[in-house]
Design a protein around this ligand. Structure first.
Ligand SMILES: Cc1cc2nc3c(=O)[nH]c(=O)nc-3n(C[C@H](O)[C@H](O)[C@H](O)COP(=O)(O)OP(=O)(O)OC[C@H]3O[C@@H](n4cnc5c(N)ncnc54)[C@H](O)[C@@H]3O)c2cc1C
Length: 373
């Protein structure tokens, strides 16, 4: 079979790209070395009948009408607003740290005073990255910021990245800013939901076009004619010639309990205790009603290429420079290969961003229309 496009990787980036091209009559081969579709968003039922996200809990959120409307062609949704509590000084308080976290941890008059200073300086409803808060010219704000930094960010960041917050791009701590509000939702996006019958079922519908052939368990190595969209790791593509790009990996521990509900909210973070970072209760996220529930606990690990799964690119300037060397080499040596996705772009993407990347490339390269919805 002669294909118009070969798409390597059946995650959000590859599946959206492949679906768009197949929809305008292009013949597409979508392959993945894993035995399943969905990439890291893959979910399946465990032996207790609970739907689990195999590569860590995935909560869909987006401000993009285009991405939301596009994916809604392949799934109905269960509205879900994620909430996270962190164990700080023996108390479970809202994360991102907000005015209720402040009230839970400080004596009432002190909390009221800090709240009024924060409101005057930044305004109610604002979100301020911790590193910015620490640079405030106001002494009281700096003292408060140092407390939050020590109790919420420092231990968690060291566990997660094996680096201190200052050793990472400021974008990392800015992902979870201090919130000068009482909104305890983890995300504030317009659309927040979980595919009603799971991510894998949604992907199955995305790739159902007869113009699209699927080959699972297929390890793609080198181009052989047809243009390729490659969503695998850019350093692997070039045989790690400049050294591996640094990633953090994770080990997931799954535990099923004979109770209907175990945690007060979807995720509990442990910034300062244990060698794991967080525990998520799958049934809270998916809304599945069952007599048992499954918890997934995340243990950050070093990444060893070929042995562990590369989960998080480590955002630092030196790593970005190494990525740029790979990107330059790839564009010279593989003119027929387009690189995109979290591993090929060496960039943390949320699912909506990965999907948008696939949609946009399909419009630019394949002539598939940007979904007009
Ligand atoms: C623990 C964790 C939790 C997350 N939670 C959320 C969340 O709550 N919300 C959110 O929006 N995002 C979340 N994300 C991000 C989300 O997983 C990514 O946005 C998404 O997976 C990116 O899709 P992708 O297609 O770019 O990559 P992937 O999903 O990684 O897909 C790439 C695919 O390519 C395949 N592949 C690679 N190389 C080859 C090869 N040579 N041959 C064949 N196949 C190959 C891989 O097997 C893989 O299936 C989370 C990420 C992690 C790590």
């Amino acid at each position: 079979m002669n294909y118009d496009w070969i798409v390597v990787g059946a995650g959000f980036t590859g599946a959206a790209f492949a679906e768009r091209l197949a929809s305008i009559g292009k013949k597409v081969l979508l392959l993945d070395r894993r035995p399943h579709i969905g990439g890291n968003a893959f979910d399946e039922y465990n032996e207790s009948g609970i739907l689990v996200h195999r590569y860590g809990p995935h909560i869909f959120h987006t401000n993009s009408d285009v991405v939301w409307n596009y994916l809604s062609k392949f799934t109905d949704w269960r509205p879900y607003e994620h909430r996270v509590l962190g164990l700080i000084e023996g108390k479970l308080v809202p994360i991102p740290f907000n005015l209720d976290s402040l009230a839970a941890l400080f004596p009432a008059p002190v909390a009221a005073r800090i709240e009024s200073v924060l409101a005057a300086e930044y305004g109610i409803g604002k979100k301020i990255p911790i590193l910015k808060l620490q640079q405030s010219s106001n002494e009281e704000i700096r003292a408060f910021a140092d407390y939050v930094y020590r109790n919420v960010f420092e231990g968690y960041t060291i566990k997660q990245w094996q680096l201190r917050p200052q050793e990472l791009s400021p974008s990392v701590t800015a992902r979870v800013p201090v919130s000068i509000s009482r909104d305890d939702r983890y995300f504030q996006d317009t659309y927040q939901a979980i595919p009603l019958d799971g991510y894998t079922a949604m992907f199955r519908r995305m790739i159902g076009n007869p113009n699209l052939d699927l080959a699972l368990g297929s390890d793609w190595k080198t181009p052989n004619g047809a243009p390729v969209l490659f969503t695998g790791a850019i350093d692997e593509l070039l045989n790690y010639r400049f050294g591996p790009l640094p990633y953090r990996s994770l080990r997931f521990e799954e535990k099923t309990l004979n109770v209907r509900r175990h945690q007060p909210v979807g995720t509990v973070n442990y910034p300062n205790n244990h060698d794991y970072t967080r525990t998520t209760e799958q049934t809270i996220i998916t809304g599945q009603q069952a007599d048992v529930t499954t918890l997934i606990t995340e243990y950050p690990q070093p990444h060893i290429p070929g042995e562990t799964i590369a989960y998080y690119p480590i955002p630092r300037d030196d790593n970005q420079a190494l990525y740029a060397k790979y990107a330059a080499a790839a564009s010279t040596e593989f003119p027929n290969v387009v690189l995109a996705g979290r591993l090929a772009d060496y960039q943390y993407y949320n699912m909506d961003q990965a999907c948008a990347r696939g949609l946009k490339l399909a419009a630019e390269l394949g002539g598939a229309s940007w979904p007009a919805l």
